[in-house]
Write a protein that binds this ligand. Structure first.
Ligand code: AP5
Length: 225
């Protein structure tokens, strides 16, 4: 296996989407964000989108069955064959087990799990100031820490910037509870499998990116040897 197959793990607002935009370009990886996939379904008004929105608006996880089907199908597609970057998946042990089984069946495996650690208070501060592009929610800004060149306008495609529905403080607090209960146990899960790479998510965006890129470059090199 020479391709990089990665997971970005961390609480809501840790900077997974922000770093994903950079890392996918560094290593030519397919970026698979379950949050973006679900928001696209919501925007299209599909049955899945309508069902998912009820959970997302409450800050709860969408049921495992729906998510596992969506992702196993996506990673089996040919464009995932040169390496992928999972952002927002897995979020439960059942999802992690299903991912492991799907990769084993495809004759491949995970290369590493990148954990970004950030405190709850920092998450609340970040999500209060987050703005995303109305056309592409992978274009992410912060009014203070990572502002666009023109206020309220996406640098990349000139579209309007909006706040996500689930970035209201009450919903963010619930998302954090759900993270600690259901997703944080995956830290031990991947540490036991010797895949976990820890990063201080509080470092400035560009500094953190340089550190992650350097570490992943050596993972990639070791894989080739
Ligand atoms: P999802 O969209 O995946 O949300 P999340 O995991 O809660 O993560 P976020 O997108 O909120 O944050 P992020 O870590 O990407 O941070 P970002 O880079 O934007 O999921 C949404 C919902 O979908 C879930 O609640 C759930 O309902 C459902 N769902 C999704 N996946 C699921 C699954 N697998 N199973 C079940 N349900 C699922 O950065 C945040 C802000 O901070 C930005 O403003 C950014 O500019 C700023 N920032 C980033 N890095 C830094 C830095 N280093 N310093 C200062 N500011 C920074």
């Amino acid at each position: 296996m020479s391709e990089l197959n990665l997971i970005l793990l961390g609480p809501p607002g840790a900077g997974k989407g922000t770093q994903a935009e950079r890392i996918k370009a560094d290593f030519s990886l397919l970026h698979i964000s379950t949050g973006d996939m679900l928001r696209a379904q919501v925007a299209e008004g599909t049955q899945l989108g309508k069902r998912a929105k009820e959970y997302m608006d409450r800050g709860e996880l969408v049921p495992d069955g729906v998510i596992i089907d969506m992702i196993t199908e996506r990673i089996a597609s040919p464009d995932a064959g040169d390496g992928f970057l999972l952002d927002g998946f897995p979020r439960t042990e059942a999802q992690a087990d299903a991912l492991g089984a799907a990769l084993a069946e495809a004759g491949t495996a995970l290369s590493a799990v990148v954990l970004m650690e950030v405190s709850d208070d920092e998450v609340v501060r970040r999500l209060a100031g987050r703005r995303v592009c109305v056309k592409n929610s992978a274009h992410i800004y912060h009014v203070e820490f990572d502002p666009p060149k023109r206020e309220g306008v996406c640098d990349q495609d000139g579209a309007r910037l909006i706040q996500r529905d689930d970035d209201q403080e009450d919903t963010v607090r619930r998302r954090l509870e759900v993270y600690h209960e259901q997703t944080a146990p995956l830290i031990d899960y991947y540490e036991e499998r010797d895949l976990l790479l820890r990063f201080d998510g509080v470092a400035p965006v560009d500094q953190l990116h340089v550190r992650i890129r350097a570490t992943l470059a050596s993972v990639s090199m070791q894989q080739r040897m």
